[in-house]
Design a protein. Sequence first.
Length: 473
Amino acid sequence: MEPKIKKYCKQLCLTFLALMPYLILMGQVQSSNLPEWFLKPDKYNSSIFAIGISNPGLESRAAFNQAKMRALLNYSILHQSNAVSLTSLSMGNQQNSPAQLDNIEYIIYTNILSGKIPELLNLNAMDSFYTQNKEAIVLLKIPAEINADSSKFSYTLTRRAAFQRDHSAFPIVIDELNFKMGRNDSIIENFYLEKDGSKLRNSSRKEVKNIFDNEPVNRQYYYGSKGIVMGVSPDNEMLPCSLNSGIWNSYLVNLVDQICVLNNFEQDLQYKLSTSNLGNSTSQLQNETYQQLVYALKNVQTVKLKFSIQKMGILDNQFFIGLKSSNEEQTGLNTISISSRADKKELKKLKSENWQVFQKPEFGNAWLEAKNMIANKDYSSSTIDIQANNLQSGILEAINLAKLELSSQLGSKINSLNNQQNSFDNQVYLNSSKLSNNQKTGKIGPYYIFYKKHYESVISIKVVLFYKLDQMN
């Protein structure tokens, strides 16, 4: 037996030695922590610090310069940005013949963040760090006397999302982020990020070539770091974004998407139009009926951003960020005790299905709170259930569909216009009716965002919105 044991030990040692380089590499990946200041919200929320991140795979000097410029961009987004959004929503149906009925239901959402970027001048980095994926991360100290208003640097950051709900399970038409930074009329950096489920792709649609045109390598990146502030697991105040296309892409997309979510609950100006067209058309070959019922809504909003980063962290190759709006006024109930057997059974089932809630301390209480609020006659409510392949994009879609439903419930003065068109030559008969209304809304709240991941590419989302009826418009 002894020779066999020696032979086995020898084989084990040889196997261990063969695997040693791999084990060392894995250990480096797992322990390759980002600098401590990178995941501390106070460094982002303070007006005297700025943090920036370069693309992966750049030469060290280009990466450092890009990270410095993006630190000032990040500073401007967090402290000096204005947001203008336009949301167009439409729903209804159109019947061109007895055998053909087309549903119309779409959302076109555009949110533009813009602002000035402080001049670089002689700003030096307080600290810097290079990741294993050749990304530069810098920490700048911003002088108290700096004035961005006179700066020649500016940027626009445009978030576009277009959703069409017809016969497809996940009918996203557009889901992208366009970033453009310039000095006077010169473009310094311009790129598109497109969402493909949980993945982010850098689009090649570039208008100007510049020193930062190095495209990230088409590969997935891994970060073994765990969140310093977040702890061992994320909580309900944060949403994740995959890190497989680099830290900057993940951070920027997650930050902007959550800004868009929070802005959706602020006051805006609504333009509503209901259209009804009924009639028929006769030609030599066929006789067709025409029926169209469409309800359209446009929300226009301009706000000065007021929010802060609550929490940040990295876990399982995902970047978690949690924001808090200084304008947020969540009106809700206190902790609710479960007395109904049906409620207990329902909550047990939902928790077993791993449902989660965003921006609420505990799922069960939030679920019961929303359920009880629906019966409150002081509020108008809307509930939307959808499936999506990207969490933040799905939340934006569900919120805007719920806002569309809420707007149809709000009472207002209606101006109506009725027209009747008759043409004996072409045998066209059409009765049309348009109901239009302009209205400035109050704030939406409380709101509840529930979601459940089936697997990476399928997410169920339930949004429940409330609007207090006695708000002054």
